[in-house]
Design a binder for this molecule. Sequence first.
Ligand SMILES: NC(=O)c1ccc[n+]([C@@H]2O[C@H](COP(=O)([O-])OP(=O)(O)OC[C@H]3O[C@@H](n4cnc5c(N)ncnc54)[C@H](O)[C@@H]3O)[C@@H](O)[C@H]2O)c1
Ligand SMILES: CC(C)[C@H](C(=O)O)[C@@H](O)C(=O)O
Ligand SMILES: [Mg+2]
Length: 371
Amino acid sequence: MKKNITVILGDGIGPEVTQQSIKVLNAIGEQYGHQFTYSYQLMGADAIDKTGNPLPDETVESCLKTDAVLFGAIGHPKYDNDPTAKVRPEQGLLKLRKSLQLFANIRPITIYPSLHHLSPLKSKALEDVDMVIYRELTGGIYFGKKTLNKEGTQASDDCVYTIEEIERIAHLAFKNAQQRRKKLTLVDKANVLETSRLWRKVVQQLASQYADVAVDYMFVDNASMQIILNPKQFDVILTENMFGDIISDEASVLSGSLGLAPSASVGKGTALFEPIHGSYPQAAGKDIANPIGSILSAAMMLDHFEMYNEAQVVRNAVAWTLQSGFVTKDIDPINNYSTSTIGDLIRDFIENKLPSDVNRQNIALSKSTII
Ligand SMILES: NC(=O)c1ccc[n+]([C@@H]2O[C@H](COP(=O)([O-])OP(=O)(O)OC[C@H]3O[C@@H](n4cnc5c(N)ncnc54)[C@H](O)[C@@H]3O)[C@@H](O)[C@H]2O)c1
Ligand SMILES: CC(C)[C@H](C(=O)O)[C@@H](O)C(=O)O
Ligand SMILES: [Mg+2]
């Protein structure tokens, strides 16, 4: 199969983690006879520096005509620390999600037994944890009207949802629940917010079409606690944009690190695949960031191409590195390997180039300092 992929490296650690995914995709192409070609495009602070625009038109045009988008991360401290900046890297990502009508962001949380010790939870609480968060991505408070009065003393962000916006992601989440453990939890704040009451009403109405799925409803404050207290109760979590952003970073640490968590954004236009983490500027250019979130996002892209076996091979390769102790410093602060070494090992595993006796002594430890 031939696939053309728009690659947006972005800012901070975006380029270095995405380059590992490209190594992995090329290895898959080589082994399984696929041809992946890449169109590199700009977004974020990098795009502002080069063009003045966080999302140049060429980037959107490329995304619209390619088979998928692989994205690293955007964001830069010079904007994070300047609340008055009118042009910001994040505007590029939000506009791209809107332009591609990517209304559903799917964030699976996978637990690896070899990393139990890194989780803030006891090993027992992690057994059987396997959840996926369906985060609405093109509505809610992110996209409502924003105001700041002339004096700069009062600001507002409107949170707006329509029935149609809720229904279309809810259908995807229900369908996925049918393929999984048949449980869907709507996370909202229906005791306070009108938009959340609309979410509840719509989901209650849809539930009868999915009679085999058990539905429950949880307020977001309680859900934040339950994710830590008893995460195995969750199967599919459905939630609005901002709640999904927050609880998915929280849930990611159950697996051991935010750097492990992938995502797929799907909707009406070209699907986009990105790790859930940001540009982690403190690590930029140091070859220490965890590339697994990006590599597992590439595996989700392979699933999207219906290359299911190939996606599984990537997941097996990732699991092998984690079990073997080939991990970055977010996982092991003492004995750790560089971003690019992890990418090389996963590529070599896929290409069957690793000697069977490969062990930690054969591979150089990362020389970078702990930050
Ligand atoms: N999708 C995106 O592009 C995206 C997502 C979140 C944040 N951001 C942007 O990123 C910038 C930094 O934001 P932040 O510091 O709040 O979030 P962040 O996700 O970049 O980093 C938070 C912390 O998570 C850990 N971390 C993140 N990615 C990691 C990785 N691959 N390997 C190891 N550890 C990792 C680090 O400890 C880091 O300090 C901001 O400009 C923000 O707007 C972008
Ligand atoms: C950078 C920011 C706009 C983005 C979001 O809030 O959606 C990020 O946190 C994410 O999770 O992808
Ligand atoms: Mg986020």
